[in-house]
Ligand binder design. Structure first.
Ligand SMILES: C[S@@+](CC[C@H](N)C(=O)[O-])C[C@H]1O[C@@H](n2cnc3c(N)ncnc32)[C@H](O)[C@@H]1O
Length: 467
């Protein structure tokens, strides 16, 4: 029997918490209930804060347990609410907390890290206040814009993956990134080139990736499209001329053919339209080559703080052999290797390991051993082939390292473990595994790499205090 649909209701609610995407939430309890109606509905309302009183229209409010809805009107503002600096804030899915002062964002992230640790039985007093940015804007070195089917070029709308919000200005990207974005958008409209429709799987232009180095000033522009560039040579040449004539050091312009149905900026066939297929960047004084798909820390200024903290906490010295798990292109490996006797890095993406090897060479570092492997199997192999480490460093993806890797780390039993994380929730769950191996959490230093978003990174130290 089909479920009964209830009418849309206009509710007045007071937001009482932020979820992990920093969207306001409240549980609304219905009154005047009839048999078969839900007693309560959990409302998720983007761009709201605890203390905001808002009016919101909720379709089928009495027939569902959860609803995502935009507010119609703010009746009373939270005392923490500020005017967002960005003109696109209301709909853009890029930043979700510009309506909270930066000071309050940092306070919220601090509490979040402590809560995850407490929930997993750790003493939250080891957490230090979050290191924020003095200028929390224009910090990102890589932006990925999506072409919408309606000629837009920007970010997905918050809570609506099908819609692309046209972004002519962005306060977390560099100014030159937006100059390039605007040239490409104008070019698309001049030539009436279609944006990709992900539902119908038709249209030419899919993504625009712009990455740059804040140190070397080099830029890469990559256009992802469903067709090869040959049939568009004339109009592509017009774009190239415009881009190259900008007062921006664009060292790489790429055309990436991507026919895959998955909505990712990936390439089946890469054509270098101008310059090389990589750019140079630097973090913490080390030089790196970055290809379009190389994972690199998106906020190099804050990443440098994290490297500095990791080096200090580890007290790495020339007698130590270091194992760096999830090493990527070697952002932590190279500074550690230069201060250690030897370093072994393990990473699953082959091109990152190739890059790590080349980066070590480019920086004159010759005591490294890099292995392409899943962390779990790689650790066993490295122990056999390279030997046991004295220090363990790990920086897993947001999903965390997982119990199998953590138990192996526990069995290795180095005196210190430095765990770098981009997700306090999986971090807290992972380190629970180390308790049985006699480790104690000594310090956690959160670092804000992504102002105005829900993300927070951290560097932590665990020490072996018992066998
Ligand atoms: C947060 S990044 C850190 C990279 C590096 N430490 C850095 O700072 O640039 C996590 C890395 O783990 C890698 N990775 C993901 N799953 C993995 C696995 N199962 N085994 C080994 N590496 C993995 C990713 O490719 C990525 O390079």
């Amino acid at each position: 029997m089909p479920r009964k649909e209830f009418p849309t209701e206009e509710l007045t609610v007071t937001i009482n918490r932020l979820n992990n995407k920093y969207q306001g939430e409240v549980i609304h309890r219905h009154e005047d209930l009839e048999v078969g109606q839900q007693r309560r509905v959990k409302l998720t309302i983007p761009n709201t804060l605890p203390g905001d009183v808002v009016k919101v229209s909720v379709p089928n409010a009495r027939g569902r347990r959860r609803a995502f809805a935009r507010y119609d009107e703010i009746i009373e503002s939270s005392k923490d609410r500020i005017e967002p600096a960005c003109i696109h804030f209301e709909y853009c899915g890029g930043c979700s907390v510009q309506h909270l002062s930066y000071e309050n964002q940092l306070a919220h992230k601090f509490e979040e890290v402590k809560t995850h640790l407490s929930n997993n039985g750790f003493d939250p007093s080891v957490v230090k206040p979050v290191i924020g940015m003095s200028e929390p804007f224009h910090y990102r070195n890589k932006m990925e814009f999506t072409f919408g089917k309606d000629g837009t070029l920007g970010m997905h709308e918050q809570g609506n993956f099908r819609k692309v919000v046209d972004i002519s200005d962005c306060l977390i990207a560099s100014n030159d990134t937006m100059v390039i974005r605007n040239v490409v958008s104008k070019w698309q409209h001049t030539h009436d080139l279609s944006g990709y429709d992900k539902m119908a799987h038709e249209g030419l232009l899919r993504h625009l990736m712009i990455r740059h180095s804040q140190v070397t000033g080099e830029y890469m522009v990559a256009i992802f499209a469903t067709e090869s560039p040959e049939q568009y040579t004339e109009i592509i040449n017009e774009l190239l001329l415009e881009l190259i004539n900008l007062d921006i050091d664009i060292e790489s312009i790429l055309w990436m053919k991507n026919e895959d149905v998955a909505d990712r900026a990936q390439s089946e066939e890469t054509t270098v339209l101008h310059g090389r297929d990589y750019i140079h960047d630097e973090i913490y004084g080390y030089r790196y080559r970055l290809w379009y798909d190389t994972f690199f820390q998106p906020n190099p200024a804050q990443a440098s703080h994290m490297i500095e903290i990791a080096l200090e906490l580890s007290e790495v010295n020339e007698d130590m052999r270091v194992m760096d798990l999830f090493c990527g292109v070697g952002t932590f490996s190279l500074p550690f290797a230069e201060r250690a006797k030897a370093l072994a890095g393990v990473e699953i993406v082959e091109s990152s390991i190739e890059s790590a090897k080349r980066n070590a060479e480019d920086n004159g570092i010759d005591n490294t051993y890099f292995l392409t492997s899943d962390a779990r199997k790689g650790m066993d192999y490295v122990k056999e082939e390279w030997g046991m480490p004295d220090l363990l460093l790990l920086d897993p993806p947001r999903s965390g390292a997982g119990g199998k890797v953590m138990r192996r780390i526990g069995r290795i039993g180095t005196e210190k473990i430095v765990y770098v994380s981009c997700n306090p929730e999986t971090f807290a769950e992972d380190i629970v595994w180390l308790k049985d191996f006699g480790y104690e959490l000594k310090t956690v230093q959160p670092v804000d790499q992504f102002p105005h978003t829900p993300h927070v990174e951290l560097v932590s130290l665990l020490e072996k205090v018992a066998d």
